[in-house]
Design a protein around this ligand. Sequence first.
Ligand SMILES: *Cc1c(COP(=O)(O)O)cnc(C)c1O
Length: 472
Amino acid sequence: MELSEFNKVAHEIVDWITDYYRHIEDFAVKSPVSPGDIIRTLPEAPPPVGEPMEDILEDFKQKILPGMTHWQSPNFFAYFPANSSYPSLLAEFLTASIGAQCMSWETSPAATELEEQIMKWMIGMIGLPSNWSGVIQDTASTATLAAFICARERATGFSVNEEGFPPNRKFRIYCSSEAHSSIEKGAKIAGIGKQNVIRIPVDINLAMIPGELEKQIQSDITRGYCPLCIVAAIGTTGTTAIDPLLPLANISQRYKTWLHIDAAFAGTALVLPEYRWMIEGIELADSFVFNPHKWMFTNFDCSAYFVKDKETLVRTFEILPEYLKTAAGNRVNNYRDWGIPLGRRFRALKLWFVLRSFGVEGIQERIRKHIQMAVWFEKQVTQHPDFELMAPRSMNVVCFRYKPLQINDQNRLNRLNMELKERLNGTGNIYLSHTKVHDCATLRMVVAQTNVEQRHVEQAWNLIINTAASLR
Ligand SMILES: *Cc1c(COP(=O)(O)O)cnc(C)c1O
């Protein structure tokens, strides 16, 4: 492809993108295709000779687009969002254009120094202690894995990195019964073992019970286990429940464990001063992760990982083969040593574009609006005789189910709600996902999409009550 043709097609693509966003609500939010529908349309082998860009773009529209779920649709209320925004998208054009691999300071000084500065901004924006350090990771799963490996190295005087596990050291990691699956995955990869992730019971608000945690730790110690790490969830994935950080932090101090905070989704709410109570005790923690790629309008992937002690992080991950030695050496940050992969994308640029384009107040305003719309939705649920709230709403996630007065059988209610979800998603007008709360099938209304407005939430509610009524 010649540069002149690139220029022509690039302009067409920008027009296509603009059109896509203008009409995004016309697409079925959740792709309606069945397994195998897309692969059937693809040739058995790659083309032996190059094809015109025109044909490739046409196939993108005809074959690929129907198999996409439209995460940027304002009618997307499922899972947690993977928000983008126009400024973020523009920055990704530039990142891809320069195509830098930002593993060390020397391989792109501006990428390193912008990341350092943006992470400082974020520390101020969300109220973390000012002496902490931050680094961008691909996902929260990776950040949590990094926390476990650092905890392991700190607890063993950095000897597992050198010699592998000592024979009689049995580590344990603690989290609530509601915690994310990435904790088990991290424990598997870090060599701790999934069976050594102990899930602590939760209270009526689905938050970890500190007394239960302490009992478990004491009993583990008497049986020869070594408590390694406590993971506190600020905003669980099911219901955005908030573990009580200060009591958990005091326990982590008493038993000298690492304290990691998983705020993957809800961390963004900390830009609002009225939510800072959620991290009371943060100065006693060791690490914290949240995903700007969920609720902070920065397109996937961009996970912000913060640590109290960057020396432990770097000592755990650093490598220095001859071919990576540079003149700048230790006077700069070499982010390859702050996490698992060597190669790194320039992710700070999109965060910089987002923060500058929205401004802190612009972000606060939109987050508050999301929460207010969720409050409205919650009110509809509680006032409707055939619906009920399944968990307390802490922010912008409403957990609810359809429960007509005359139906009390739990299995029947579970089936009814799963059917309601399928029907709703089948309309293409809305996309919801579910969870289990106290073993009951529960629908989640996540009001967090970048461009969602009150009218979308109202349309969603009307569709839900009408579809539910038609089920009977
Ligand atoms: C989404 C989520 C994760 C995983 O995030 P990734 O960035 O996809 O790895 C972890 N913890 C919680 C609480 C989450 O909501």
